[in-house]
Write a protein that binds this ligand. Structure first.
Ligand SMILES: Cc1cc2nc3c(=O)[nH]c(=O)nc-3n(C[C@H](O)[C@H](O)[C@H](O)COP(=O)(O)O)c2cc1C
Length: 211
């Protein structure tokens, strides 16, 4: 994409709408999907623990398998180029050492930070209640999902966010152990086949206060 043809951030932002109807003939190659996910996961997370685990469903066989789990959104299943499920990994803190080593290898370790940092992160998550851990990782995982919706538009695609799927069953169908991976949100991605339904937002005066 040349810099002159890149849509402005304003256009990407204001032109995003939840899409329900995609062009079923459009395929997005896995390399581009991987690139979009790489960009979306530049999102921040608490303690940089990056608890998101992402499954892209782009095969007709797997789309057909999960169709019964999303009865209200069958059309997105049938027409989107891919469906992307963002899970939160409740054992994400196990990666603290890996992330620490990566940071060190990149020469990005702040002065005074050493291996004790890994233990500190693991202790923080071990001491959290199950509910707090889930909330924290849910919040983290929502961030790359939102970011993906904008990244996709920068790549010329549209998305539709969905939580109306069977959260109990989606993990086992996708081979993601349900006791470990919590499904947070599914995104349909592809080329829009019809104009989106536009939506309104509450007036900013209703939701904003300054102190
Ligand atoms: C967390 C979340 C869950 C959603 N779940 C569904 C869903 O299951 N099915 C659906 O058709 N739309 C779903 N939507 C789309 C919303 O209805 C839509 O984003 C909202 O009406 C605002 O419209 P806009 O995204 O076009 O601005 C969901 C959106 C979000 C953020």
């Amino acid at each position: 994409m040349s810099s002159t043809s890149e849509p402005s951030f304003q256009k990407i932002l204001t032109g995003r709408h939840a899409i329900h109807d995609f062009d079923p003939t459009v395929k997005i190659d896995r390399q581009e999907l991987t690139q979009m996910i790489t960009e979306a996961t530049l999102a921040p997370s608490a303690l940089n623990v990056q608890p998101w685990r992402i499954v892209v469903i782009d095969s007709p066989a797997m789309k057909a398998k999960i169709k019964p789990l999303m009865p209200n959104d069958v059309h997105q299943n049938e027409t989107a180029s891919a469906l992307i499920v963002f899970f939160a990994d409740l054992q994400a803190a196990d990666n603290a050492q890996f992330i620490f080593d990566q940071t060190k290898a990149a020469g990005l370790l702040p002065a005074g930070v050493d291996e004790r940092y890994v233990t500190m992160i693991q202790t923080i998550y071990q001491q959290m209640s199950a509910a707090d851990l889930r909330n924290s990782f849910t919040l983290d995982t929502a961030l790359p999902a939102m970011q993906f919706m904008l990244v996709a538009r920068a790549h010329g695609f549209e998305t539709g966010p969905m939580t109306g799927f069977d959260h109990e069953k989606i993990g086992s169908v996708l081979g993601m152990a349900p006791e470990r991976y919590v499904p947070i949100i599914m995104l349909a991605v592809g080329k829009a086949a019809s104009a989106p339904t536009e939506s309104v937002r509450l007036p900013v005066t209703k939701i904003l206060s300054f102190r």
